[in-house]
Design a protein. Structure first.
Length: 491
């Protein structure tokens, strides 16, 4: 059997999952990559190509069969070839004589009497907390080089998305090899132990349709939004495979005392117990459980507030490219969107335009609530105040008037849904979008397409589609706002 660093990535990304290994081994069909995944793949290729150009001349070892590339790499190392692209490293697995481990780092770079092992990644934060899969993969490359050649690698490095070369501490590859041993066992049996689903865990997985629908159909407690992976495993170990069993097995006090795995230790379910049981009851009934009135600030009018932005791994630094606002209520106003241009000052201009829009809203409506969903808007207003300033104090006034609808919703009502994402909650409010494709990742993919194209017509059409998506986000937030107020009043 031949195992590779790709098997590590398959297990770790987007989150650790043995079920993904089972699906792969059984040859189940993968979903086609979405627009955002395709954009990431293309950006990754460009990132790697730019670094390769900076190292030329480079010996290209990317062609041929795996065995041919293994021989070519060994020969290149033996003759001290200074720079090698896509070399293939190999070593027998220490846990099984019949398992070969291979890895293909992007580069080997001669440094004295040994080599630097280097790989390119789009991620900007190369830390065990942010990207454990990258650290484990690079440690495996270092171990393979050392085992194959008998030379300790000079360094093990990652070219991050920032362009910075980051050294990965290398001593051994214990975690990588232990994980590969588990992968070997899963591949040989063709089946994994119980692996709980999760909304974020399964969201970007290519095998989602093979796992999520069966979990929903079997009423797996893991689909409850407040059940962590550890608590789901605890329920499974207790023989609880259907969330309908929970109210009969526990009350809030007894469930709170149960201990579930949490990292390398166990901890009590604690305060989550009450919410878990309430969600089980909501799912069983198939309808919301109203806990009390939503603590929405009283106002005749409200500003719905929603941003579109690129995460830090795709832009330096994190970039907000659209600031959307619209007033709803007794005196509604038009949707106004400050959009970043494509020049060097575009981001700053969008921020200043947003402040001007907000200033106008305050002038007309006074200290009106700026209603948003989750912490993204608050976080970014604070970042942009630090980045570009807040001369008239409008940004600070926006912060003082923010109203995050997500925690207010959770405090007021328990919903029979697997996620409290606005895209899921809005359906409870009866809101229906007109766009066939939408979502944060879709928006980012569209924006990157607009940045990359030189076709002004295509750029304009693409940005118009983003604006329409953002406008529907604002409308959806208002729909949830009104629906929540109606639930709280008993309407």
């Amino acid at each position: 059997m031949r195992l590779s660093a790709s098997d590590l990535v398959r297990y770790y990304s987007p989150e650790k999952c043995r079920k993904r290994l089972e699906c792969y081994r059984q040859g189940l069909k993968e979903a086609e990559p979405g627009a955002f995944a395709q954009v990431l793949e293309e950006l990754g290729r460009r990132h790697e190509a730019r670094h390769r150009e900076s190292l030329e001349p480079v010996l290209d070892l990317s062609q041929g069969s795996m065995d041919e590339r293994l021989k070519a790499t060994a020969a290149a190392i033996a003759r001290k070839e200074p720079r090698q692209y896509q070399p293939v490293l190999s070593a027998p697995a220490p846990f099984a004589a019949d398992v070969e481990v291979v890895g293909i780092p992007d580069f080997l770079i001669l440094d004295g009497d040994s080599y630097v092992v280097r790989d390119c990644k789009l991620s900007r934060q190369i830390t065990p907390e942010e990207h454990r899969e990258i650290i484990v993969q690079l440690e495996l490359y270092g171990w393979l080089f050392e085992t194959q050649t008998g030379l300790h690698p000079r360094r093990v490095e990652v070219v991050a998305g920032t362009g910075e070369v980051v050294e990965v501490p290398f001593s051994n590859a214990t975690e990588a090899l232990q994980t590969l041993e588990m992968v070997r066992d899963t591949y040989r049996s063709g089946y994994a132990d119980y692996e709980p689903v999760g909304w974020s865990k399964c969201g970007d997985c290519a095998y989602r349709e093979h796992c999520w629908p069966p979990a929903v159909n079997s009423r797996d407690p893991a689909i409850l939004p407040v059940v962590s992976q550890g608590i789901a495993r605890m329920f499974h170990e207790m023989g609880i495979t259907d969330y309908r069993e929970l109210p009969g097995r526990f009350n809030a006090e007894s469930l709170a005392e149960q201990k579930a795995p949490h990292g390398k230790r166990h901890q009590k379910v604690g305060k989550a117990a009450k919410s878990i049981l309430l969600h089980a009851e909501a799912f069983i009934a198939g309808k919301p459980i109203v806990l009390g009135p939503a603590q929405i600030p009283k106002s005749d009018n409200y500003v719905m507030f929603d941003l579109e932005g690129l995460p830090p791994q795709l832009d330096a630094p994190e970039k907000t490219y659209l600031w959307g606002t619209q007033v709803f209520g007794a005196e509604p106003g038009p949707c106004v969107q400050a959009t970043a241009g494509f020049g060097p000052e575009g981001e700053k201009q969008a921020w200043e335009e947003f402040l001007a829009v907000a200033e106008g809203i305050f002038a007309r409506y006074g200290d009106i609530p700026f209603v948003h969903w989750a912490v993204y808007e608050e976080t970014n207003v604070k970042k942009y105040i630090q980045r570009f300033g807040d001369l008239k104090g409008v940004g600070a006034r926006v912060l003082a008037n923010l109203c995050d609808l997500l925690p207010l919703t959770k405090q007021a009502v328990v919903l029979p849904i697997p996620s409290y994402s606005i895209k899921v909650v809005e359906r409870q409010a009866g809101y229906k979008r007109t766009l066939d494709e939408y979502g944060g990742q879709w928006s980012m993919a569209q924006y990157i397409k607009a940045v990359e194209t030189e076709d002004e017509t295509l750029r304009r059409e693409t940005m118009d589609s983003i604006r329409k998506y953002n406008k529907e986000d604002l409308e959806a937030t208002w729909a949830v706002h009104r629906w929540l107020a109606g639930l709280s009043s008993g309407d």
